[in-house]
Design a protein around this ligand. Sequence first.
Ligand code: MF3
Ligand code: CO
Length: 290
Amino acid sequence: MELIGRNDPCWCGSGHKYKKCHMAFDEKLESFRRKGCIVPSHKLIKTPEQVEGIRRSAAINIAVLDYVAQHIREGISTEEIDQWVYQETIKAGAIPAPLNYEGFPKSVCTSINEQVCHGIPSPKDILKEGDIINVDVSTIYQGYFSDSSRMFCIGKVSEEKKKLVEVTKECVKLGLEQVKPWGFLGDMAQAVNDHAKANGYSIVREIGGHGCGLEFHEDPWVGYIGKRGTEMVMAPGMVFTIEPMVNMGRPDIFVDDENGWTVYTDDGLPSAQWEIQVLVTEDGHEVLSY
Ligand code: MF3
Ligand code: CO
């Protein structure tokens, strides 16, 4: 921990004296750390100004997904979704974060049925009745990052797939209810995992959520396998995503070896994912993007 005087300006940039600002916060974190808990570094605690920037980015992120929701239908290609996301994002003065991110070639991820995540939009992928698709939108606005994704059912979808989509959404909601200061990421993880399991589903272990705001992917890594009372302590000012990938069958996955991106279920059964971006507040949480 850095040494800082009681009357020095707080490390958070508020301009207030440390003793009136984050001193009690640091003492609390330190007590968790002494007990052997994983605690966030100061760099993961967003200032009010940064939160405001992320909120503005998130407003665009949500509007882009709303646009997709209004236009997605049977017969369109995932390439068209990519064009909508690109155009709506640029029109709002923002940048689609996926474009050229570690070589990703498009502005959005579109993952259909047994594709778990990181599907690459293509004119060859035409949505047909009965498909379920995840559209994952990530936005950079004035240097601030937002990230969320939704599922869409195309036309009449089987009861089985519809249930997978609904239960996955419930998993996120139950996980979110666990987000409060001085809880643990494992509290959230267990709530997500228990609900998936209770419905006979499994959760992808290798890919998870992440801190998000000043960068696309920040610490902590946010998994859904952890148990209550474990993983990082949640502190006010942390921003991260909850984005479980829920498989109808086995949790095992593989990555497309031709494009190096798209993740599939090993057993070929469908997978669903919803993603929200959440801020830990003084008394609970605030959903920033959804
Ligand atoms: N949006 C994804 C996430 O939720 C990340 C996609 S990386 C990309 O973390 F390059 F595929 F876009
Ligand atoms: Co994400």
